[in-house]
Design a protein around this ligand. Structure first.
Ligand SMILES: [Zn+2]
Length: 172
């Protein structure tokens, strides 16, 4: 990208640099959900139309954006900005889990939707978060893993198929 900008798009490159500089200077973190925000409270946390009894925990702002675009979820979020990964120096403190525990302890939240990624570290994080939720008297739920829409069973990897088979649901 740098070579392309230098070769043909120097003017656009300068504009991009200015926008990046502004973003880096202005954008911080929401004090409640930790997502990127220009204000101390982001628009999602400040909104009065979001359900305050459901909190969805995601690893990154892009995961939050994906859920917002794909689902009709109307609750609130908490963004970890990572996942538990001791080798990378990411522990409960770096993920803001003290802040999350405090929020769970207020008594407003009834369900904690754990939407960390289905990776080894994401699953370990989910396990930890579920314990936090239970300790705070909050019901933890986990996103289902399964066969993708339009997918065919013979091409689905064994781990996903085993998970999907294990969490089959009653048809009603
Ligand atoms: Zn927020």
């Amino acid at each position: 990208m740098a070579f392309h900008l230098l070769e043909r798009e120097r003017e656009r490159g300068l504009k991009l640099a200015a926008v990046l500089e502004q973003a880096i200077q202005r954008i911080g973190h929401c004090s409640q959900c930790r997502n990127f925000s220009e204000e101390s409270l982001c628009s999602l946390c400040a909104s009065s139309s979001r359900d305050r009894q459901v909190l969805c925990v995601v690893e990154s702002p892009t995961d939050l954006a994906a859920i917002e675009q794909a689902t009709g979820y109307r609750g609130q979020y908490f963004v970890l900005m990572g996942r538990l990964s001791p080798l990378d120096g990411l522990g409960p403190e770096e993920l803001g889990l003290a802040q999350l525990t405090e929020r769970l302890g207020v008594g407003e939240i009834e369900e904690l939707i754990i939407a960390t990624n289905p990776t080894v570290e994401g699953e370990a994080t989910a396990h930890y978060l579920a314990q936090l939720a239970r300790a705070g008297g909050v019901r933890p739920t986990r996103l289902a893993h399964g066969v993708p829409l339009g997918g065919e069973l013979e091409y689905v990897d064994r781990g996903t198929l085993a998970h999907a088979f294990g969490s089959r649901q009653l048809l009603d």
